[in-house]
Design a protein around this ligand. Structure first.
Ligand code: PBG
Length: 329
């Protein structure tokens, strides 16, 4: 490779147009999945204090939110539920009249051509806040699988387009695939949160859905942030069990993991830019310490650059508008 003065790296950075030609990474509104927090209450929209611009909202507001997302080009929403009642078995998650099942039916009915993804986990629905059935102070992996299978079928019956298991139980993808197939849903894709870390960046989300564990933490099932090879193993296992899309979560502290998973599989890779990643940018920009729009775009581009095909992000709408004005400007 030529060196200075033959080579001058600046030649390809000289104008916006040239920079566009040589840009290695594209970000598109079509990459985004927009999360919605759905409450069982009627006709309310409450802003989440630690996540400005995000709401706990009743189904009617969620329908309008999904409609607006679709109109600006966002292809998909992912639903989280805040049920009326929580119990040890997280019953609302698999009930035909559970909050997410109701929301799936309404959104599919009223918003044309939007992909509805449902988060498939028990933590928002259990009284103890853990992602499965608790036995002797611990989450019982194998008993939890039956419950996850039941939730998947309930979501499928309600008309969901993609199920997204996020509980990090061993064998969850296989159990869900079998149950879906047995119930006639062979065409239902599974987006597995394959490599999900135990992370402090989930803090604001747990406020949002009131799902903090009532005892202990999630480190016996979510991954240790010191490990990256293990994350590749988790993605490969889920792929073998039948996952159609694998996910890395969180995104920003885990770009190396996104990169490695991208190299290891030909499946589509999703990245979940979690609540804490959103809140950090919001908070710093409110203090005048960061420019919100440019920080948002830099982070989203870096997640694409690392190798993600799609991004779950609370910035979806804001970034979609920004991408549109970049084209117009
Ligand atoms: C678990 C789940 C979590 C998130 C989404 N689904 C995390 C957890 O509490 O372990 C976090 C999302 C976020 O922080 O944005 N069902």
């Amino acid at each position: 490779m030529a060196v200075y003065p033959i080579h001058r790296g600046r030649r390809i950075r000289s104008s916006k147009q040239v920079r566009s030609l040589v840009a290695e990474t594209r970000l598109d509104t079509g990459d985004f999945i927009y999360p919605l927090f759905i409450t069982h209450e009627r006709h309310v929209q409450k802003e989440i204090p630690s996540m400005p611009g995000c709401y706990q909202e009743s189904i009617d507001y969620a329908v309008a939110d999904a409609q607006e997302a679709k109109e600006i080009g966002i292809p998909a929403v992912i639903l989280f539920g805040i049920p009326k009642a929580k119990d040890a078995a997280g019953s609302d998650a698999s009930s035909e009249t559970g909050v997410v099942q109701e929301a799936i039916r309404e959104i599919k009915n009223k918003v044309k051509d939007i992909v509805v993804v449902a988060d498939l986990c028990m933590c928002e629905y259990t009284s103890h806040g853990h992602c499965g059935i608790v036995e002797g102070g611990e989450v019982d992996n194998d008993r939890t699988l039956e419950y996850l299978a039941r939730i998947a079928v309930a979501q499928a019956k309600a008309g969901v387009d993609i199920v997204a298991p996020s509980g990090m139980m061993d064998g969850m993808v296989q159990a869900i695939r079998n149950a879906l197939d047995k119930n006639g849903f062979v065409g239902m894709p599974i987006m597995s949160y394959s490599s999900k870390y135990a992370s402090s960046f989930y803090g604001p989300f747990r406020d949002a859905v009131e799902s903090s564990p009532q005892f202990g933490d999630r480190r016996s099932y979510q991954m240790d942030y010191r490990n990256a090879r293990e994350a590749v193993g988790e993605a490969m296992t889920d792929a073998e069990e039948g996952a159609d899309i694998v996910m890395v979560k969180p995104a920003l502290s885990y770009l190396d993991v996104i990169y490695r998973v991208r190299q290891a599989t030909n499946l589509p890779v999703a990245a979940y830019s979690v609540s804490g990643e959103y809140s950090m940018i919001k908070a710093a920009s409110r203090l005048g310490w960061l420019d919100e729009k440019s920080a948002m775009m830099e982070v989203l581009y870096s997640i694409k650059r690392a190798g993600a095909d799609m991004i779950v992000t609370y910035f979806a709408k804001q970034a979609a508008k920004e991408l549109r004005s970049m084209v117009a400007g």
